[in-house]
Design a protein around this ligand. Sequence first.
Ligand code: 5RP
Length: 261
Amino acid sequence: MPADLSPIDKAKFAAAHRAVALIEDGMRVGLGTGSTAAWMVRCLGERVREEGLKLQGVPTSTRTADLARQVGIEVVSLDEAKWLDITIDGADEFDPELNLIKGGGGALLQEKIVATASDQMVVITDASKEVNHLGGFPLPVEVIPFGWQTSRALIEELLESMDVLGRQTTLRLNGSQPYVTDEGNYIVDLHLNRIGNARQLALVLNQIPGVVENGLFIDICDKVIIGGADGKVQVRDINEGSVSEEQVTFAEDDNIFADLD
Ligand code: 5RP
């Protein structure tokens, strides 16, 4: 493992390294977004360069697309790939059923579409993202700019009848301006603290006009790979009901920084 990484980056790297071992020649792979997913893209790029692995990557953001191209992964659109063998992505929270909150990086819409179009979704993470109940991390809701304040008011009205601990909402900003997603939309973050019924909330939020998607990923994730700074990884598979522990070993000269040259 590269020695000069911070402990948190070592943990993310360990999870990412283990996850790319799932990739086989010829696969169509969904490429997630965020700092953990970026490690995965780098590790995958290394396999493409060193093993001549032939695969097609479908990125979930322009950031990931740029990185994937830089490290030598062939990038295609979801419409070109049509269906994916696997998607590997990070998460902001995961619970014991492997339900997720995603969208901290603002890419939840493409991430949900791509993950749903995959035979399996694998989440890579460090241990800090594990929770008993979702909701500590603000829940992102993507809304179209037209009438966004009305959509936000409708979301707040809906939350009055929901089993949640907090009901504050904030428009995500980029400096003093609204943060704009790759699809040109805004994000309203819901500060719920604890979500009693995530499945119900995920469904009703998407019924509000102007809401495009929310960051609750229910019954989408198949496997979570939790990395530790010491290279230990735990693999939890919700379908098999299995938990396994492994040690990831890395070559000291791992050339995963091709994009940083
Ligand atoms: C982006 C996401 C990310 O996967 C999530 O925010 C985790 O990011 P990181 O790996 O940087 O902690 O959902 O929209």
